[in-house]
Design a binder for this molecule. Structure first.
Ligand code: HEC
Length: 174
């Protein structure tokens, strides 16, 4: 009898160990996926860095026809958009308030991530949006929750700052 019980316990332990190993495997796979994703982002950044030489080559190569030039331009545009999206490429400095409270969703320079792009929106427009979110006239839980703890002068300061984003970006040659 006791032998049977021990055998049963041993079997259970073995099954549990197998399950545990399986879970570890799943985790490892997930980790691998993340690494692959990171790898891909790195590659994109590398391509970006190469672009100036590519431009020079395309421009100086005598055989470069219009088609190639057009493709090159398109690539440039895409890369620019990508660069704007890559949150780590900060083109200009922002206030600590914006950085802390807004950049995680709207991007370090307002380029937009989860939240919409703010570059190019006027101070007046932004202030109105913020006031409407805060009052609940414009319904959005995320923005409401954030702004409910801010006072009018902070909203104004943020709106004024965001209104300057486009000019600042242009000044950086983007
Ligand atoms: C957790 C994510 C998140 C954070 C943090 C956040 N926002 Fe938003 N924001 C959003 C989302 C999502 C929307 C879109 C809501 C909608 O249109 O209903 C939005 C909309 C806006 C809009 C309206 C844009 C438009 O095109 O009408 C403005 C302006 C804005 N946010 C400014 C800010 C400011 C300023 C801060 C920092 C105080 C901030 N947001 C922080 C997610 C966020």
């Amino acid at each position: 009898m006791i032998r049977h019980i021990i055998a049963a316990i041993a079997t259970l332990l073995a099954l549990w160990a197998m399950y545990y190993m399986y879970q570890l495997d799943v985790e490892a796979n997930r980790f691998g996926e993340i690494q692959k994703l990171l790898e891909r982002t790195k590659m994109e950044v590398k391509v970006e860095k190469k672009e100036p030489t590519q431009v020079v080559q395309a421009a100086s190569a005598p055989s470069a026809d219009k088609e190639a030039k057009k493709k090159e331009d398109e690539l440039q545009k895409k890369l620019k958009a990508l660069r704007e999206r890559a949150g780590n490429a900060m083109a200009f400095k922002v206030s600590p308030l914006y950085k802390q409270k807004c950049s995680s969703c709207h991007g370090v320079n307002g380029e937009g991530i989860i939240g919409p792009r703010l570059i190019g929106k006027s101070s007046d427009y932004v202030l109105k949006a913020l006031e409407d979110f805060k009052s609940g006239k414009r319904k959005n839980y995320v923005m409401y929750g954030l702004l409910s703890k801010m006072d009018e002068s902070q909203l104004k300061a943020l709106a004024d700052e965001i209104g300057t984003f486009e000019a600042k970006l242009k000044a950086q040659g983007n």
